[in-house]
Design a protein around this ligand. Structure first.
Ligand code: XMP
Length: 522
């Protein structure tokens, strides 16, 4: 029986969009942590079942100036462990301990500078920080702490947050108005690490430990049942398949569905890779007719996702019967799929898209889901993939969404449009490889726009489709920036596309970051 790590950190979620980033930073410091919503944390959990060595309180959309705001469970204070409140977490902590929070007149979003107000005697929380008396941070708040709770001191302030960093050294309670977990707070990871160190963690937790725990969890969920694992050719489903296979040798059948929405040569490549590297039973289903006719006439992005979810479910149900009644469906849902599909008040934050392997599956699926990657980010999935022995040529592939080209063929989907899109995409990726840029870019792809534009080719008028190219840098897909290609690359790529792909006469390059855009166009 695998031993549970005994050094644990608890993150209490109040519904921030970026709570999972706190978990990432903690895991990057090799400390085991779990996120639990504030309303699921009771005395028994804190005192007996989880027994954290430190607690972080996330941000959230509510206002600690409202008397009915979501509260920190009292057991958290009774436990007497180091506490770090972030944004809403700071405000509600100060409020519950006897201070006051006010609704701000001005909201503060984005970059801010926090200045040190009083010298502190070498406290480990500030180690390496405020070297020049200030820190650049990322703020996102309307309210602020107006009156401190007994025992606290304000250590730093920004123009809109007079209590930007507050500390009660004797209880080891810390509060920051800004978000140390995001990349835009350059020394944020350092601050979180300082908190982790002062809480006495040894920092010995690893991805190998995660793998062992995930295997144990799959075994206890599935027992001696049979599992169908949906394989998309992407990294997430491959890692899920290998993990499930390690956990339950002989009980897992992979199903690769060709839904007619794959990229050029993708079917052969995926089957090849799986055949060469793994010894897991693999069934390939050609369901392209069903998918294309099911999607005919559908233009709204969320409708496409729902239809695709239904169709996948049909295929998996059928396959489950064929292999003698599999009751479990393993799929590669990762954290960004969860957070962007669900809405800590019933689920995490506001719904952005129904990622097909989360929001798009029908409620009557009749199969229990096995989702071992549900709380990992993409780069952590890749790390786990390497830990499981997957080749880096596979693990380092750009992400490809479950609904495939359906969400890149904007508007109505037809096989003719899909063919055009495949050709454009293949040229774009070929150019990126040719210029040795593939590993610098987090994800790159083409979309086909549902508009035709006028052009001139040779001496004649053309009236053809326009396409847009998208390439982004990112760490985890939660935020992203467009990749800065040089103009020579863009010019050569656009010329190749227009010359080589019949049906396209215009190429655009998408220069939107996320937010405000998302990575995929639909
Ligand atoms: P967005 O477009 O939400 O995408 O910024 C973030 C990352 O998730 C991928 N993505 C999906 N992956 N099923 C998936 O498995 C989906 O429905 C889905 N939608 C988007 C997207 O390609 C990017 O890597």
């Amino acid at each position: 029986m695998l031993k549970e790590p005994n050094e644990k950190l608890l993150i209490i979620d109040f519904g921030s969009q970026v709570t999972q980033l706190i978990a990432r930073r903690v895991r990057e410091a090799n400390v085991y942590c779990e996120i639990h919503p504030y309303n699921a944390v009771d005395e028994d959990f804190v005192m007996n079942r989880f027994k954290p060595q430190a607690i972080i309180l996330s941000g959230g959309p509510e206002s600690a100036a409202d008397p009915d705001c979501p509260k920190i469970p009292e057991a958290v204070f009774e436990l007497k462990v180091p506490l770090l409140g972030i944004c809403y977490g700071q405000q509600v902590m100060i409020f519950q301990l006897g201070g006051r929070v006010e609704k701000g007149v001005k909201r503060e979003f984005g970059k801010a500078t926090v200045q040190l107000r009083r010298p502190f005697s070498d406290d480990s929380f500030f180690s390496g920080l405020f070297a020049r008396g200030e820190e650049q941070v990322w703020m996102s708040h309307g309210d602020h702490v107006a009156c401190l709770a007994p025992g606290f001191k304000a250590v730093a302030s920004s123009p809109n947050a007079p209590m930007a960093v507050v500390v009660d050294f004797s209880r080891q309670y810390y509060g920051v108005q800004f978000h140390p977990e995001v990349h835009h707070t350059p020394n944020g990871a350092r601050l979180l690490r300082n908190f982790i160190n002062l809480a006495g963690f040894s920092g010995s937790w690893t991805m190998q430990a995660y793998k062992d725990k995930a295997i144990q969890k799959i075994r206890s969920q599935v027992g001696n049942g049979r599992v169908v694992c949906g394989l998309s050719g992407g990294v997430d489903s491959a890692v899920t398949a290998v993990l499930a296979h390690f956990a339950l040798p002989g009980q897992v059948t992979c199903v690769f569905v060709d839904q007619g929405l794959l990229r050029q040569n993708e079917r052969d490549e995926v089957i090849g890779i799986f055949r060469d590297h793994f010894n897991i039973p693999l069934v390939t289903c050609d369901a392209s007719d069903e998918f294309l006719s099911g999607l005919a006439g559908i233009t709204a992005p969320e409708d496409k996702r729902m239809v695709i979810g239904q169709l996948f479910a049909d295929v998996f149900r059928k396959q489950a019967k064929l292999i003698g009644g599999a009751k479990f469906l393993a799929q590669g849902t990762i954290y960004p799929d969860v957070i962007e599909s669900a809405s800590v008040f019933g689920g995490p934050s506001e719904s952005i898209k129904a990622h097909h392997n989360v929001g798009g599956l029908p409620p009557d699926l009749d199969m229990e889901l096995v989702e071992p990657l549900r709380d990992l980010f993409k780069d952590e999935v890749r790390q786990l993939g390497r830990e499981l022995g997957l080749p880096s040529s596979f693990v380092d592939r750009h992400p490809f969404p479950g609904p495939g080209l359906a969400i890149r063929c904007l508007g109505e989907i037809t096989s003719k449009k899909l063919d055009i899109l495949r050709k454009v995409d293949a040229i774009f990726i070929d150019q990126i490889r040719e210029y040795n840029l593939y590993s610098e870019i987090w994800q790159a792809f083409a979309t086909l726009l549902p508009v035709r534009t006028v052009g001139v080719m040779g001496d004649g008028r053309t009236y053809e489709y326009a396409c847009a190219l998208r390439a982004v840098t990112s760490v985890d897909g939660m935020t992203a920036d467009f990749y800065r290609f040089d103009f020579e690359f863009l010019s050569e790529t656009s010329t190749r596309i227009v010359n080589e792909v019949r049906g396209i006469n215009r190429v655009a390059y998408d220069i939107t970051s996320k937010p405000p855009g998302t990575i995929e166009w639909e």
